[in-house]
Design a protein around this ligand. Structure first.
Ligand SMILES: CC(C)(COP(=O)(O)OP(=O)(O)OC[C@H]1O[C@@H](n2cnc3c(N)ncnc32)[C@H](O)[C@@H]1OP(=O)(O)O)[C@@H](O)C(=O)NCCC(=O)NCCS
Length: 171
């Protein structure tokens, strides 16, 4: 499966992506905005584990690499589950810092959300974002997500508090 966008493609992670994954994911400015299971430093072993998990995740998740040229430079994915009585999923994403500010994440999230809802039957997509993460909030709002909860200490790094905003988009 492959989704073509204006200047990138979305496709499943595969073996051979490890070096590019480490190159782009090993970044404190990415790590600090993601859930605590995202490693830092991001090692070759982390990349191997991620790709092995992706290859086994069919039916539980949609996990796509954002590919520019031939290089995976980021990720967008939906973990299936939840949904408050509907078929649900949680969307997450990150992009290599050298590519920030070009509209790539906005378009990638829009395409992945549309694929999950139109092709996979997901009816309710959620996302959790730190209040300080202005860029990610814009990505969600430009894709029609609406804030529905504001939680203290939602996703703070160990020992730190943070405000987390939860967004939803329904079919
Ligand atoms: C969040 C992230 C994916 C955005 O990627 P991106 O491709 O640069 O985003 P876009 O270019 O589509 O821009 C989205 C919006 O954010 C704005 N933006 C981009 N960088 C910004 C920054 N550093 N500060 C404030 N706003 C910013 C853009 O201007 C745009 O808003 P606009 O349309 O109102 O101008 C990227 O910054 C990232 O990977 N961050 C670390 C991981 C992360 O936060 N993931 C999401 C967890 S919820």
């Amino acid at each position: 499966m492959i989704i073509h966008a204006s200047c990138f493609t979305l496709r499943p992670w595969r073996r051979g992506d490890e070096a590019a994954l480490v190159k782009h994911a090993d970044n404190r400015r990415i790590w600090r905005n993601l859930r605590s299971n995202f490693p830092h430093p991001y090692t070759r072993e982390d990349a191997e584990n991620w790709i092995a998990e992706c290859l086994e995740s069919k039916g539980r998740a949609l996990r796509l690499a954002i590919v520019v040229g031939n290089e995976p430079v980021g990720a967008v994915g939906v973990e299936f589950g939840g949904g408050n009585g509907r078929s649900g999923g949680e969307i997450g994403y990150w992009l290599g810092e050298e590519l920030w500010g070009r509209g790539i994440a906005t378009e990638a999230v829009g395409l992945a959300a549309a694929y999950a809802m139109d092709e996979l039957g997901i009816e309710r997509l959620e996302a959790a974002v730190l209040q300080s993460n202005t860029a990610s909030i814009r990505v969600l709002e430009k894709n029609g997500f609406t804030a529905f909860a504001r939680l203290r200490k939602g996703a703070g790094r160990p020992g730190k508090s943070a405000i987390e905003i939860h967004y939803v988009k329904e079919r």
